[in-house]
Design a protein around this ligand. Structure first.
Ligand code: SAH
Length: 253
């Protein structure tokens, strides 16, 4: 017997939209999103596109009124509900452009709920382009199948972050001068949790003392080598996800 083709088709393009999705909602699209669908993915009238808005799950939509530079996508059916992601924040000092972009992309793929840029004393980069970071989060969410976008916080200074730190959230602090091993620490603190990673220049001794003084802080070591900030952020996030996140739920794709 011939296999029933998958529906929605596996090849259906997936796109984040700002509109609120629901039954029969028509989403007019132009600009970059339309360019991607029309010129890159060659979407035609009647084709199926998967849409998500970060709050209403994922919807199959039919392409209508396809023109050269714009089209309408009409939602027909919800294909997935809004997911719940592990309660894990990544607090990262801003680092050079391509590298912080990589951190945003990987954090989204790994299932991080919230990304918080944190300015520290040795931050070489003292500004973040939130629009660009958000674009990387959106692109990663489109690619990896997330239905919920990670929250992107405004940049805060390290003292401000620590002052308002929630009482019930453990702060794993990647300390290049040494700390607990991750397996000791992650298993004992399932969440809510967060990871704090320093900039290229590391934390100052005063900052380190200040972080360690926070009762919710747990200094962790990522081994004997000094990792680049982006490697530290991605590797430790992956380890936490493997111990406490949703990697243990096996789903057949
Ligand atoms: N310039 C610093 C290193 C900074 S590495 C030095 O030479 O000491 C950037 C950030 O990655 C650090 O602030 C820390 O948060 C994290 N990191 C890197 N290697 C680490 C390790 N082995 N253990 C824990 N954290 C590490």
């Amino acid at each position: 017997m011939p296999a029933t083709p998958a529906w929605p088709p596996r090849s259906a393009p997936r796109l984040y939209v700002e509109a609120t999705l629901g039954p029969d909602v028509a989403v007019p699209l132009d600009g970059n999103g339309a360019h991607y669908l029309l010129s890159v993915m060659r979407v035609r009238d009647g084709d199926i596109v998967l849409l998500f808005d970060g709050q209403s799950g994922e919807w199959a939509a039919v392409a209508e009124q396809v023109r050269k530079r714009d089209l309408v996508l009409r939602c027909t059916q919800q294909t997935r509900p809004l997911e719940s992601v592990p309660d894990f924040w990544l607090c990262a000092a801003p680092i050079k452009k391509g590298r912080i972009d990589l951190v945003a992309e990987k954090a989204c793929e790994l299932g991080v709920a919230r990304l918080v840029p944190v300015r520290t004393e040795r931050s070489v980069v003292d500004k973040v382009n939130l629009d660009r970071l958000r674009a990387h989060l959106v692109e990663a969410a489109e690619q990896c199948g997330r239905t919920a976008l990670p929250d992107l916080a405004d940049m805060v200074t390290l003292p401000a972050l620590l002052e308002s730190w929630p009482e019930d959230r453990v702060l794993f602090f990647a300390d290049e001068t040494g700390g607990l091993t991750m397996d000791q620490c992650f298993a004992a603190n399932p969440g809510p949790a967060a990871l704090l990673v320093g900039p290229e220049g590391g934390f100052t001794p005063a900052e380190r003392d200040r972080i360690r003084a926070l009762p919710q802080a747990r200094p962790i070591s990522l081994g004997p080598r000094i990792l680049r900030a982006e490697t530290a952020a991605i590797a430790a996030t992956a380890c936490w996800m493997a111990a406490n996140g949703d990697w243990t739920r096996c789903e057949t794709k």
